[in-house]
Design a protein around this ligand. Sequence first.
Ligand code: KG4
Ligand code: ZN
Length: 345
Amino acid sequence: MSKYILGIETSCDETAAAVVADGREVISNIIYTQIPTHTEYGGVVPEIASREHVKKINQVIEMAIEESGKTWEELEAIAVTYGPGLVGPLLIGVSAAKAIAYAKHIPLVGVNHIEGHICANYLYESGEANSSSGIKPPYMCLVASGGHSHIVRVDDYNKYTIIGRTHDDAAGEAFDKVARAIGLGYPGGPKVDKLAREGDPHAIEFPRASVGDSPYDFSFSGIKSAVLNYLNGCEMKGIEVNRADVAASFQQAVVDVLTDHTIQAAEDEGLKTVALAGGVAANTLLRETMEDKCKERGITFNCPDFKYCTDNGAMIASAGYFEYESGARADLYLNAVPNLKIGER
Ligand code: KG4
Ligand code: ZN
């Protein structure tokens, strides 16, 4: 008998809920994105995000249940993101999950948002099992989102070891800041991705920085500063900037570093599979480049479907399923932990 988990996600600017069977089969997936609300401010405003979550959370959860065709009684557990993320938004999801768990007598599981992103690799749409949904640990996973950039060794479904990390900006943050600098607006990643297709990735040589003595760590603030310096230099010299070339060259520099470090880590650790996770995993060049480099080295490559790369409830339900199976249970004292680390319980 399948185990159905309701996943709830509110850590940033998406109010999301989903029902997933056995950690892999997505039965329903509802996402209400606040992006249009935050666009006029150029980024996420935490107070506004909290208010939007309050307005939408009940409706989003009800829709996820309704679309799944399941009853509350058929749910095995409720999984909710309790960190990392914005404290106000996190609290809305955690409170909603606790209220339902209490009222309906359903077990509760707290999920780490980043581990949720990694679990997006297991998801497939109901009735559409495919080869990539067969991915199994161990593997090396690059997690790159708006708030995080990590290379994580996935030892088991709920056992993670951080191998590399960023020393400053997250990859998605660098995309967002560069997008703003070239006048593309928020959220920057998808806009840079699109504009870069019209530019020359070798037009401008931006630095591929390594950090200290760790071959797997990242620094993106250097690349971002190099872009800003380039733009300032052009302005001072009165040279017209080719924004597509800037977008393409910046993106190429970031993708080179992300892919090289991840593959190096996989080879050094003797792992034969590499996966992508997080919002930046939606980047076209990153997906193509990682796939090509893996193929060259005989490494199996996996990445989540586009719609499961950015924040969603299905990935939380998946991570919650594996936690639940390992015996994890949260009680009604579950609280938001804004700076929760990978692997922390
Ligand atoms: O995972 P996510 O939805 O939220 C966080 O947990 O942070 O990631 C959002 C981040 C943003 O920085 C956004 O610009 C970036 O992912 N992103 C992309 C693309 N789509 C989203 N970055 C590069 N290329 C994309 N296509
Ligand atoms: Zn996220």
